[in-house]
Design a protein around this ligand. Structure first.
Ligand code: AMP
Length: 419
């Protein structure tokens, strides 16, 4: 034991539970990889300005939740609270906007937010994300939404719902914003909320407190304000989603916590998770490139929460097949057998057979217990006498049957038995 523990709001991933997280990451990334998205990795920290300009100063994420620090040269850096702004920063830096568009990228990685900690809400969590930069084609919106929806379905989840909205663009959003600001001005709101409404009135729609929600009944909704181009875009996205067999719920109150969204926004919520129900979300951010000093680059993306997806799987009682830790467990008995086992284990592993081996001066009984616990299908017991005879004892750990197998043929024999 130690008195040193993981920081509040964080947790360690250790076997066997860690296998589920890995399987979730892989399953969620599977779709983008099949759809032409290439892997992107950016640093865990960025110049604070990337988030201040990209995510928006009025957001909780930037104003309250960032881990910001000065490095030893006095630069203000922040651990990434999200990865869309860094990906756009990286794409602009590499000049991807001058190549073939859309540039399609996916990532997996840690995010850091100083949040109020509760079940499903952590200060360190992991997301799988996909971003398509440089196209305003509504078919791309539908592609990404389908990829997210099928990613969750692939894992075996069934109790999720897709919420969909359009937030308009630079033409129609200001008109809606003004109408909403006028409405909010007539409400009884506390000082802090009023200040937020001044910076971005849409943020107030996201306020979950009942006393605020009650007053928002009758607030103007964006759907009545969409300009013709945004309405046509939104209709096209919904037509494609219908064609793809994706079901969704129109939610005119869906705003989401980051300022850069335009037009299509969506969230996937899971009904088994209580208050922290969003397992993924995303949308268009047609103006983000310009906010970061780049050219016009209409884009769309999503981020899916790995930790919450694991919780959703638990809530539904779905076990994600975690591969057995090994197929074969080798038990050398004696010094000469120990030495021979080193190359035997290497040969099995080279042949692609997952192999573990007993270390230390363990007796046969203890080593066989370890073999049982390993999850392997076979134990290969190698004694000095076997070695002299050029064989190894192969024990089927399920049936208990045992037979001698020639040492120089054991890799092939095991491979056949495992087929
Ligand atoms: P966001 O980047 O806020 O759009 O979040 C995208 C997804 O990341 C959410 O739908 C959640 O599944 C997950 N997520 C966001 N914040 C947290 C958090 N503090 N703890 C765990 N998962 C989170």
């Amino acid at each position: 034991m130690t008195d040193l523990v993981a920081p509040r709001g964080t947790y360690d991933l250790l076997p066997p539970a860690s296998a589920t997280h890995l399987a979730v990451r892989e399953a969620l990334a599977h779709g983008p990889r099949l759809a032409g998205y290439g892997y992107v990795e950016t640093p865990a920290f960025e110049a604070t300005e990337v988030f201040a300009r990209g995510v928006g100063e009025s957001t909780d994420v930037v104003s309250k939740e960032m881990y910001t620090f000065l490095d030893r040269s006095g630069r203000s850096l922040s651990l990434r609270p999200e990865t869309t702004a860094p990906v756009v920063r990286a794409a602009l830096q590499a000049g991807l906007q001058n190549g073939q568009l859309p540039a399609k990228l996916w990532y997996v990685g840690s995010q850091y937010r100083y949040e109020r900690v509760q079940h499903g809400r952590y200060r360190h969590f992991s997301q799988v994300g996909a971003e398509a930069l440089g196209s305003d084609d509504p078919a791309l919106d539908a592609e990404l939404i389908w990829l997210a929806a099928t990613g969750f379905a692939r894992l075996g989840l069934t109790r999720q719902r897709l919420l969909l909205n359009s937030l308009g663009d630079a033409t129609c959003r200001p008109v809606y914003r003004a109408a909403l600001a006028g409405f909010l001005a007539g409400l009884d709101l506390d000082e802090d909320t009023r200040r937020r409404a001044g910076i971005n009135p849409l943020r107030v729609l996201d306020d979950k407190r009942p006393e605020v929600q009650e007053q928002l009944v009758g607030a103007p909704t964006i759907d009545a304000y969409l300009c013709e181009a945004c309405r046509a875009h939104h209709d096209a996205v919904r037509t494609y989603l219908g064609d793809l067999g994706v079901s969704w719920v129109d939610d005119v109150h869906l705003v989401r916590g980051l300022d850069y969204y335009t037009r299509t926004t969506f969230e996937i919520v899971h009904d088994g998770l209580g208050s922290q129900s969003a397992i993924g979300g995303g949308g268009r951010y047609d103006g983000l490139s310009e906010m970061l000093g780049g050219p016009s680059l209409p884009s769309i993306g999503w981020a899916l929460g790995v930790d919450r997806t694991v919780l959703a799987l638990e809530a539904e009682g779905v076990a994600v097949a975690a591969p057995a830790r090994c197929d074969v467990y080798v038990v050398p008995l004696g010094d000469a057998a120990r030495r021979r086992s080193v190359t035997l284990v290497a040969a099995l592993r080279t042949a692609g057979i997952a192999t573990d081996v007993s270390y230390g001066a363990r007796g046969l009984k203890g080593a066989m217990k370890a073999a049982d616990r390993s999850g392997g299908a076979y134990a290969l017991v190698l004694g000095d006498r076997d070695l002299e005879a050029g064989v190894v004892q192969c024990k089927d750990l399920r049936s208990g049957e045992q037979s001698a197998v020639p040492l120089d043929d054991v890799t092939d024999q095991i491979r056949k038995r495992l087929e």
